[in-house]
Design a protein around this ligand. Structure first.
Ligand SMILES: Cc1cn([C@H]2C[C@H](O)[C@@H](COP(=O)(O)OP(=O)(O)OP(=O)(O)O)O2)c(=O)[nH]c1=O
Length: 191
């Protein structure tokens, strides 16, 4: 008997590396191109869950389960952007300096019959107070590019983070505890 087939609806190399740690190999990588504009007054957790579900739906398959994720950095009800330029990354870092924020990491698994299973991971991250020099040198690294909130915990930013409470893999983009549970519930063979 053959088990279910997995497609990963993501262009993120981090999500590919993280899923590999569960010993599950996606048969296909199918990046989903969706409109990522938050709705007016949409809460960060609702936005993350909607994005993950829309990515999974956009990559729907009649024969495979489709896994998608979405990672959002939030300060209170405010959703921080994915930093695509240095000015945006700087604004994010200035805002995150010395305070705690939340990282919402949503995953969605769409079965071939259209059933959608979802999970949400929430992590609190505390940055040290960042000096101008620390911000300058972090921006020069370019590591922030394409990252929600303008930082990457898996890189040099971890040296600026005092503590986290929650899921490290969730902050990087795919919460492995929740992902394993979803895949197991969908019949994937995971030890
Ligand atoms: C906070 C944080 C985010 N990120 C990344 C994870 C996500 O890739 C990205 C947030 O954008 P996402 O929209 O979640 O994902 P993506 O556009 O990179 O990939 P895809 O939609 O195709 O799956 O920020 C880190 O790598 N490290 C971090 O510390």
């Amino acid at each position: 008997m053959t088990g279910p087939v997995l497609h990963l609806a993501s262009a993120s190399p981090r999500r590919r590396e993280l899923i590999a740690r569960l010993g599950v190999e996606p048969a296909r990588i199918v990046p989903a191109d969706i409109d990522e504009t938050p709705h007016k007054t949409e809460l960060p957790r609702d936005y993350a869950q909607r994005m993950a579900a829309e990515k999974a739906a956009a990559a729907a398959s009649d024969t495979a389960c489709v896994l998608a994720g979405d990672t959002v950095v939030a300060v209170g009800r405010r959703i921080l952007p994915k930093a695509e330029d240095e000015a945006t990354a700087r604004k994010c870092l200035e805002l995150l300096s010395g305070r705690r924020h939340r990282v919402l990491s949503a995953i969605a698994l769409r079965a071939p019959d259209g059933t959608m299973r979802q999970r949400l991971s929430e992590t609190v991250v505390k940055f040290k107070v960042l000096s101008d020099e620390e911000i300058r040198s972090y921006l020069a690294s370019g590591e922030w590019d394409g990252k929600a909130g303008g930082y990457a915990i898996q890189g040099a930013a971890e040296g600026l983070i005092q503590w986290i409470q929650g899921s490290h893999s969730g902050v990087v983009g795919l919460p492995l505890f929740e992902t394993r549970a979803l895949l197991k519930a969908a019949g994937f063979a995971i030890a």
